[in-house]
Design a protein around this ligand. Structure first.
Ligand SMILES: NC(=O)c1ccc[n+]([C@@H]2O[C@H](COP(=O)([O-])OP(=O)(O)OC[C@H]3O[C@@H](n4cnc5c(N)ncnc54)[C@H](O)[C@@H]3O)[C@@H](O)[C@H]2O)c1
Ligand SMILES: O=C[C@H](O)CS(=O)(=O)O
Length: 480
């Protein structure tokens, strides 16, 4: 794809705006080249977007769910028709291999499709009365204006996983993507415009996150804030939300354990480990971060995993044959290097990989397997967010459960065993919102995705995913 440095705009109240503002550069992490600029929006633009969403809310929420579904289904169709442009944009701005980007577009579109229909199933209740002359009902209504803040690692899916249910429920939306990957959001906004969403129903602001947060936390017209990103930022937002008791949904960081028991199908476990660990160069919230392998299969697993990892091709995601792209930026590379230096200094052994590669201005790290790991190493304590598979030996199911749960995080976990009883008993002990059992890729639009402990509050996707955008209104009807 020919890369030209283009300026892109924000969209507020159906108008493309912000061209008078300073700009933020968007950089291709595979080569460090500037691929575009977006407006560096501030509090004024955030306020304007909230006002536009507020003014559009009454008419949008009064439409029927079937009418709203029509717009969402049109957006779904446009996303699939424009899959290649969305995917190419995604790969250019955040490095994901092009085939993964194409997959993400389909995944992102699936949330729009699924929630177009789910919006038709927002049922109220009639509650048996306790008193003659009274009738008790529970009505469901859209929460109102929704502010959505999203991360860079899934530039399309993290937005549609929020805007899909929000719009289906009758809410209007103000989106603020990561400044590391705003261009996919711009393209998505263009498709919303083509789908015919009324002006102000969907708005896109780019620029300062903290200024955007200041506005959405203090503006009474914002009734819901939905955030996906790191636990550290999530904690900042929780504190900020206290002053006006803002309704928050949080999808935060992970540090997934992956447990291989001695009766596991080792080939399947290796396949699942590669699928989970090296997707998006290890930069997903549910990547296996800590791998625990029973001593009886430890050597076999490590040998097979190393062979599989050595077959992974590292390079520019625009190359169709590449399996692992760059990290998002130098900070991401530095964190991976820090984790590896700490592990090796404490006795870990690199089985394959283990080196950074910044040739041509990119920020790459070789797909890596490292063994002789123990829990004192930082790689087993902090989310690495990179293509490093640290493997620690275990001797029992009990030790597996103890080590797996020994983390503030609780997003995803993986268990490989062929024994139903062992798997059931182990998974029941795990404090994680998502568990892959003999499966390294659990995500889907129709299931509740989210974490326990410091991995978040609430769920996205599935029946539960639309609840975040609905208020229950109890109506007590006197018939005297
Ligand atoms: N649980 C999930 O579903 C999920 C999904 C994707 C990513 N993540 C997590 O996100 C992290 C990686 O993404 P990231 O680097 O973009 O995370 P991040 O927390 O640095 O940024 C996320 C978003 O928040 C914005 N932001 C940053 N500081 C802010 C502030 N003070 N106030 C308001 N907004 C602010 C950023 O601009 C970005 O848009 C990882 O921890 C990953 O596990 C979680
Ligand atoms: O990075 C976090 C994403 O939610 C992972 S997934 O694409 O939903 O599996």
């Amino acid at each position: 794809m020919a890369v030209k440095t283009e300026h892109y705009s924000m969209s507020i109240a159906g108008k493309w705006v912000g061209d008078e503002l300073d700009t933020l550069d968007v950089t291709n992490p595979a080569n460090g080249k500037n691929i575009g600029t977006v407006p560096n929006g501030g509090e004024k633009e955030a306020d304007q977007a909230v006002q536009a969403a507020h003014e559009a809310f009454a008419s949008w929420s009064e439409r029927t769910s079937h009418d709203r579904a029509g717009y969402l289904k049109k957006l779904h169709q446009l996303m699939l028709e424009n899959q290649e442009e969305l995917a190419q944009t995604m790969t250019l701005e955040m490095g994901k291999p092009i085939n993964e980007s194409r997959g993400e577009v389909n995944y992102a579109a699936s949330f729009i499709e699924w929630f177009a229909e789910e919006g038709k199933r927002i049922y109220g209740e009639t509650v048996p009365t306790h008193k003659e002359g009274k009738r008790l009902q529970v009505w469901k209504k859209p929460v109102g204006v929704v502010a959505a803040i999203t991360p860079w690692n899934f530039p399309a899916a993290m937005l549609t996983r929020k805007m899909g249910p929000a719009l289906a429920a009758g809410c209007t939306v103000v989106m603020k993507p990561s400044s590391d990957s705003p261009l996919t959001a711009v393209k998505l906004m263009e498709l919303c415009e083509q789908a015919g969403f009324p002006k102000g129903v969907v708005n896109l602001v780019t620029g300062s996150s903290s200024k955007f947060a200041n506005v959405i936390m203090s503006n009474s017209n914002v009734r819901k804030i939905t955030f996906t990103g790191s636990t550290d930022v999530g904690k900042i937002l929780i504190k900020q939300s206290a002053e006006h008791v803002k309704n928050l949904s949080l999808e935060l960081g992970g540090h997934a354990p992956l447990v291989v028991l001695d009766d596991a199908d080792v080939d399947l476990a290796v396949k699942g480990t590669v699928a989970s660990k090296f997707r998006n160069a290890g930069q997903t919230c549910i990547c296996a971060n800590r791998i625990y392998v029973h001593e009886k299969v430890y050597d076999t697993f490590n040998d097979k995993l190393a062979k599989a990892v050595e077959n992974l091709k590292l390079g520019d995601g625009q190359d169709e044959s590449v399996d692992v792209g760059p990290l998002i930026n130098q900070d991401g590379l530095d964190k991976v290097k820090r984790h590896m230096q700490d592990a090796v200094s404490k006795g870990a052994t690199v089985v394959t990989g283990g080196e950074p590669n910044t040739e041509g201005g990119g920020v790459f790290y070789e797909p890596t397997v490292v063994k002789d790991i123990d829990e004192s190493m930082v790689v087993m304590q902090e989310e690495t967010f990179g293509p490093v598979a640290p493997v620690q030996k275990i001797t029992s199911d009990e030790e597996a459960a103890r080590l797996a749960n020994d983390t503030p995080y609780g997003l995803a976990a993986y268990v490989f065993t062929e024994n139903v009883a062992r798997g059931t008993k182990l998974i029941e002990k795990l404090d994680f919102g998502i568990v892959g059992w003999n499966d390294g890729g659990p995500s889907a639009p129709q299931v509740p995705f989210g974490g326990m402990k410091e991995s978040g509050i609430g769920r996205e996707g599935g029946h539960e995913g639309i609840d975040a955008f609905i208020e229950s209104q109890y109506v007590s009807i006197g018939l005297e």
